[in-house]
Ligand binder design. Sequence first.
Ligand code: GLU
Length: 285
Amino acid sequence: MSARYVGRLAPTPTGYLHLGHARTFYTAWQRAREANGTLIYRDEDIDTLRCKAEYSQAAMEDLRWLGLDWDAGPDIGGPDAPYRQSERTARYLEAWRQLKDSGFIYPSSHSRRQLRDAVESGLAQEAPANDDEQDSEAIFPTSWRPIDNAGLDTTEPGETNWRFRVPDGETLTFDDGYFGLQSFTAGTDFGDFLVWRRDGMPAYELAVVVDDIAMGVTEVVRGADLLRSTARQLLLYRALNAAPPAFYHCPLVRDESGQRLAKRSESLSLRALRENGKAAADLLQ
Ligand code: GLU
């Protein structure tokens, strides 16, 4: 018997959803329904400074307007509740502890700003952004790693950043459901990445992996801007002793000038399109 399909819709409520989100979430919904599987809605509101309840609400309304539905979520509950990341901190802390106790992560006083400066002064390398990414990837210098297990005798993350020590030179590969075979090399395509932030919040990479494991997700469908992140996440799955799901990344939607759509592309927000009399079905052609 093959495992039952479990997928998820995981918007971040920092703005109104746009046409690009609509296409990706429609694909996620369609793949779950075709597989006769379960679809979870997870509100990725972990960044309490940038996320707003108003956008969480709007995202659910807009996706329902598109004709999507889900089997578990913040509005309807479900077996893996809560479905808002802001309410799941205890689980992220547990994973932080597990990673720390097994020596996969370390505390780091170096800020993102210092990393940017290091790139400018030539101390840090930079992997160029691919077409689907917004920013190039600054590789955290290995000389900034602590020596031995310094700092691991704490029981709380405290007010410091924590990073995952990547296995330099190891190539991570996965067979993407849309883009085919992908490979990224640790230390060259990406460096030691954030798992916990000095402001007390888990970083995206950690939260998303912890939740996908806890919710039994079998296939992750999301935008192509996260292809490189998948390599980082494969390291987290391994460190947490969990089997990774399948991955299916969707091509990003671009405007006429070839720019990828961003949440600030107000005119292409689903709200604006609906108010201008567009029908949901037209958007998904
Ligand atoms: N919440 C993320 C976003 O809106 C997607 C995360 C994921 O699908 O892994 O970009």
